[in-house]
Design a protein around this ligand. Sequence first.
Ligand code: SF4
Length: 256
Amino acid sequence: MSARQITLEVLRYRPESESEPVFQSYSVPCQKEWVVLDALNYVKDNLDRTLSFRWSCHMAVCGSCGMVINDNPMLSCKAFLRDLPDHIRVEPLQNFPIERDLMVSLDDFMDKLKSVKPYLIPKQPTADPDGTYKQSSAQLKKFKPFAMCINCMACYSVCPQYGLNDGFAGPAALALAHRYNADSRDQGRRAREDVVASNTGIWECTFVGACSEVCPKNVDPAAAIQQTKIASTVDYFKDLLMPSGRKIAHPEGDTT
Ligand code: SF4
């Protein structure tokens, strides 16, 4: 059986040329099990070696092949050609500066991730002789969905607030903050609140929910942000009632 022929229309941008991004079309013979990433690699290997895009694992784990495919941000390694028409338009993620072709700048996203202190901040060193911080499967369950983020940036590409205000920490960073705040081993919620509860944090989110719709790992950043809003509101009223020493409630019932 002959290979299916598709047209891949790819946005090209070369910063050294100083010209605006333009679309370039390639005719690609495809195998039925291919994904868009395979078609891009065919172009790179056989038609045009100058085409630039990021990818690594080809199994929806590394998060590096996020791009906009027929107007939807997705992982190109999960975008099966059998689910797409014969004409496929591929563009870089929106809301980020384009570095070259399908590659966007990661700088702002990385700064946002770092700003929420995305690591365990234990209250005190563990007393466990093997140096580990143990938790039960029930405790793990409370934050595990929010720990599945692969930093693909698809949620930023559809977030209207991030598009309007690039000071906004954004869906993945706030979901990551919630992931650590909800971890029974962590006591860093107060250390994160300067960013998380600021006017570039959770209160900037208008709950459009597009972030959760496009997330390829079902992280549900919109839910994480709304849960953090509730916790932050509780903190606010505790501040009013106990101005001399607010206690932050931990999901496990502990306080700090
Ligand atoms: S939350 Fe989902 S869409 Fe956003 S960066 Fe993480 S994996 Fe990608």
